[in-house]
Ligand binder design. Structure first.
Ligand code: VGL
Ligand code: ZN
Length: 197
């Protein structure tokens, strides 16, 4: 077994004071740092959108947290966040990055959001992470980070479907919990065979 820790989107914009703040988002940082020593590999993800991204409410003159039908399906419209090169897009200053073998960015395609670290929201365009993991012989993943119900959830479900043994450490995640999204995410992860630890 080769076991990687996948740290999802621990970025300023998802922490208190950020553009899409997740309650308690900063509380998990020191615990994630401590967990890093227990794994064969550490991989970080970074939400990384161009200005004017299609997932931003401002791009469509719409209200943040409203829904829009995209060619690939329904999409939540978010406040502008994690804009490439911005302070908000930076990883939290206290997150240990020295132990990271790879930092993978996602959401850079202007027309398609990417919650998952594996596929964009069209569920077909790969980020390349699967190939990286397979070529390194990594077969087991533990996910932590932000937000439980969006990027952690989508990443975990994709990982399990791709055949990785997948666990989410819920103590080291925090959720947006918008419109029942946390309960739906837990059920979806469970159904996909993800263990919630
Ligand atoms: C995320 C909404 C939009 C996340 C990213 O990291 O969970 N959520 N972009
Ligand atoms: Zn985003």
């Amino acid at each position: 077994m080769t076991h990687a820790l996948l740290v999802i989107d621990v970025q300023n914009d998802f922490c208190p004071g950020g553009a899409l703040a997740v309650t308690g988002g900063d509380e998990i940082v020191l615990g994630i740092n401590a967990a890093m020593t227990d794994f064969d590999a550490v991989i970080l993800t970074q939400d990384w959108h161009p200005a004017g991204h299609s997932s931003f409410a401002s791009t469509h003159d719409a209200d943040p947290m409203s829904m829009m039908d995209m060619p690939y399906g329904p999409q939540v419209l978010w406040p502008d966040h994690c804009i490439q090169g911005s302070i908000g897009a930076q990883l939290h200053a206290d997150l240990t990055t020295d132990r990271a073998d790879l930092i993978i960015r996602k959401g850079y395609n202007p027309a398609i959001d990417s919650y998952s670290a594996f596929f964009e929201n069209d569920k077909t365009t790969p980020t390349g992470l699967e190939g990286y993991l397979r070529t390194r012989g990594i077969d087991t993943l533990t996910l932590v980070g932000l937000a439980t119900d969006f990027c952690v959830n989508y990443s975990a479900v994709d990982a399990a479907r791709l055949g990785f043994k997948t666990n989410v450490n819920m103590d080291l995640c925090r959720a947006i919990d918008f419109d029942g999204s946390l309960d739906a995410a837990k059920a979806g992860m469970h159904d996909a065979g993800v263990t919630l630890g």
